[in-house]
Design a protein around this ligand. Sequence first.
Ligand code: BG6
Length: 386
Amino acid sequence: MADKGRFPHYMIKEIFDQPQGLRDTIQPRVSLEQGIVKLDEVRISPEELRDLRRISIVASGTSRHAGMAGQYMIQELTNIPVDVDYASEFEYRNPLIGRGELTIVITQSGETADTTAAQREARAKGSRTIAISNVVDSTIAREADGVIYTNAGPEISIASTKAFTAQMAVLFLFALYLGQVREKLSKEQVRRYIRELLDLPGRVETVLQSAPECERLGDKYHTVEDFLFLGRAIHYPIAMDGALKLKEVSYIHAEGYPTGETKHGPNALIDESLPVVIIATCDRNDPGSVLRYEKNLANIKGFKEQSGRVIATNDFYSRSSGAAFAHSRDRAAAAVRVLHDSAKRAGRGSPAQPGKVGNVGVGPPSWVSDLLHPIKTAEVPRRLRI
Ligand code: BG6
C-alpha cells in the first residue's frame, strides 16, 4: 500500500524515492565481484540474443523518452541498430519487423492501451518481446516473452519520475547484458559500468539537494507561459521529458528540442518571454562530453545575447561564488587543452579549440559519463560573461 509518509503529496515523495528505486532495480541484478549482469528474467536464450539483427523500442509518453535514452545505450554497448516508436503510431508505419528481431515495450503501468496494441502487433509479426514494467503481472508483462521489472515501488503521481529513472537503469542493465552475451564487452568493462551504476543512487541523492534552488526558480518563473528544454545526445530525450513534465504538472506550454536544432527555427522565438532550460554538464575526462559542453556554452552565450533567460544543469555549480559557469568553463577549457596537446603529440592536429564551436570529430561520441554524472540546476546569471 502506497503511503505519502512525511511528504505533502505523492509526486514529491516519488521524486525523493528515486535513489531507493534505483538501488532496488540495480543491486539484485549485478555482481561486481564476478563482473556480470544477471538478467534471467529475459527468458530469451543467449543464442537468440547473439543472433539479433535489430531492436525496436515502443512506448508512450515518459516511457518512450526512457526508450530514446535506451537507444543510445544499446547501440553504443552492443552495435545493434535500434528504432524507437510512439506506441500510438506503431501500427500506422507498418513496421517491417519479424523473426530474429526483438521489440522492447516500456511501460510504468503495464496497461496503456496503445502500448498493449503495439506489443500485440510486434508479436503477430513474429518478433520476440521483452516488457519493462513497473507493475507486476500487468497485461503487458503477462503477454511478453520476457519481463524485466523496474523495482521502483507503486507510482501514484501522474508524472512518472521514479519509474522513469528506473526504466533507464533497466535499459542500461539490458544493454550491458546484451553486450556481455554477445561478447562485445570485457569483464573489466562490465565491472566499470557496474561500479558506476552502483554509485548512481548516491549521485541522485546529491542532485536532489538542489530541491530548494528548483523551488526558488519555480517561484520566480511561475507566471511564464512557454519554456524551451534543450539537450544534446542522450540529454535530448531527458530534455523532452522535462518539457513533458512541465506540461503535465503545471499546464504550461513547453517544447523539448535537441540543442543543435535551435538554430533551425526556435532561435527566432528566444527572448525574455521564452526561458530556456538547458542540460549542460561536462565530464572533463571525456572528450565527447567536453566538446558538447563547449558547444552548449556557445549556445548559452547566444541565448543571453538575445535577452534569453537561461536555466542550466551543470556539475560544478557553486551558488556562494555565483561562478558556476565561469569555473566549469575553465575546467572544460583545461580539458580541451589537454586533448589538444595530446592530439598534437600524436600528430593528429587540433581536436578542438577552447571556446570555439563546431570543431568536432575527436573520439567516439560518448554519453555514458553524461548520464552518470551528478548535476545541479541553476540560473545562469545575466551579467556572467562566458
Ligand atoms: C500517459 C501519462 O497517459 O501515459 C504519462 O500521462 C505516461 O505520464 C504515459 O508516461 C505512458 O504510461 P505507461 O504506464 O505506459 O508508462
